[in-house]
Design a protein around this ligand. Structure first.
Ligand SMILES: Cc1cc2nc3c(=O)[nH]c(=O)nc-3n(C[C@H](O)[C@H](O)[C@H](O)COP(=O)(O)OP(=O)(O)OC[C@H]3O[C@@H](n4cnc5c(N)ncnc54)[C@H](O)[C@@H]3O)c2cc1C
Ligand code: SF4
Length: 316
């Protein structure tokens, strides 16, 4: 691990200012992803800004009837919160499907959204990887791709986004609230938050350098049946091969997003419109532009079958 300096930010403004004064600084929250990456020297910040003391660990009602989730709310606390379990149980289901109890006790809402890909080549500093070292090449192309993306890929990167929580946030149309390093604030709909890899796979979100997430806002509850189904190689403590987050209303209308298939949670409003026509129609719309490899072609079938199981569950 490379040497770094460390400070505890005393306010959001101080955190933003510290980030503005050093382009190689990183915020640290739970540290469950960042510290692993630092140990492997995949991330090499020269300065860490610890944001754990900023009081952003509350869940509050918004005037619009939704909830504002502080960036530092731990995954365990978010999953267990009464209002989340009652009105946004998709989020609870997605959270408890992720990582382990110990990790969820440390992991935060913002850190979860910003966790890096689990592409095995990204984690191997001896292999070329455009995401880790821009312009070095993509070892996954022609390599082992079973876990990797099938839609929204590019000639430069096939990585997936590994977060379960982000899939639920996409279904719920969450909004990410931030403060930029110049002190100005903005709200970014989750639909616009993540980028596809294109020819800049190292740029994963619309956040600017040093931009700090303060909260994630959920709109007013939408009712319906909330389902999160995760298919993986082991029953627990494994990332998704494919996951489906869905909210289905009594009349069969609803929303669906897929995890484990793209560089971001994969949702298409055109696919939502197909829900009344069944799993084949929805998955055909979602996977219309898929470009799988021989090793991960099975994910296309897996999306359709998992969707079928989700729609059966919704009807039961
Ligand atoms: C063994 C293992 C298994 C796992 N399994 C799963 C799984 O099945 N599903 C799943 O979804 N996840 C899984 N995870 C990932 C885990 O959920 C993430 O590591 C965790 O959510 C990251 O949160 P954190 O607070 O620890 O982030 P950190 O590691 O502290 O930070 C992550 C990134 O976010 C940035 N950051 C943090 N807070 C802010 C902020 N407020 N504003 C701007 N930037 C910020 C940091 O600078 C860093 O770049 C697993 C992790 C491990 C180690
Ligand atoms: S798929 Fe993306 S993360 Fe994986 S090796 Fe290629 S560039 Fe790196």
């Amino acid at each position: 691990m490379r040497a770094f300096t460390y400070e505890r930010a005393s306010s959001v403004e101080a955190a933003a200012k510290a980030a503005a004064s050093n382009r190689d600084a990183k915020f640290i929250a739970g540290g469950t992803n960042l510290l692993d990456l630092m140990k492997l020297e995949i991330e090499t910040p020269t300065h860490l800004i610890d944001v754990n003391g900023l009081g952003l660990d509350r869940i509050e009602k918004t005037p619009e009837g939704g909830l504002r989730i502080g960036a530092l709310v731990r995954n365990t606390d978010l999953a267990a919160h009464d209002a989340i379990r009652k009105d946004y149980s998709l989020l609870t289901r997605a959270l408890v499907a992720g990582a382990s109890g110990q990790l969820r006790n440390k992991a935060t809402t913002a850190g979860n959204l910003l966790q890096r890909t689990r592409c095995p080549y990204f984690y191997d500093p001896n292999q070329p990887c455009n995401k880790r070292r821009p312009g070095s090449g993509c070892s996954a192309i022609g390599g082992i791709t079973r876990q990797l993306a099938v839609v929204g890929t590019s000639k430069d990167c096939l990585a997936t986004h590994p977060s379960d929580m982000a899939v639920a946030m996409r279904v719920l149309d969450a909004v990410v609230e931030t403060v930029r390093s110049d002190g100005s604030s903005r709200s970014i709909p989750i639909a616009e938050f993540y980028r596809l890899p294109a020819d800049t796979p190292h740029i994963e979100t619309e956040l600017e350098a040093g931009e700090f997430i303060t909260a994630v806002v959920l709109p007013a509850p939408i009712g319906g049946k909330h389902i999160y189904r995760k298919v993986r190689d082991r029953a627990s403590y494994a990332f998704a091969l494919v996951s489906i987050g869905a909210v289905i209303q009594e009349d069969g209308a609803g929303r669906v997003a897929v995890g484990g298939v793209a560089h971001k949670p994969w949702r298409m409003e055109a696919a939502d419109m197909e829900l009344a026509n069944g799993a084949h129609a929805v998955s055909a719309a979602l996977m219309a532009d898929a470009r799988p490899t021989e090793q991960n072609r099975f994910k296309i079938d897996l999306v359709r079958r998992t969707l079928g199981a989700v729609l059966n569950q919704a009807r039961s």
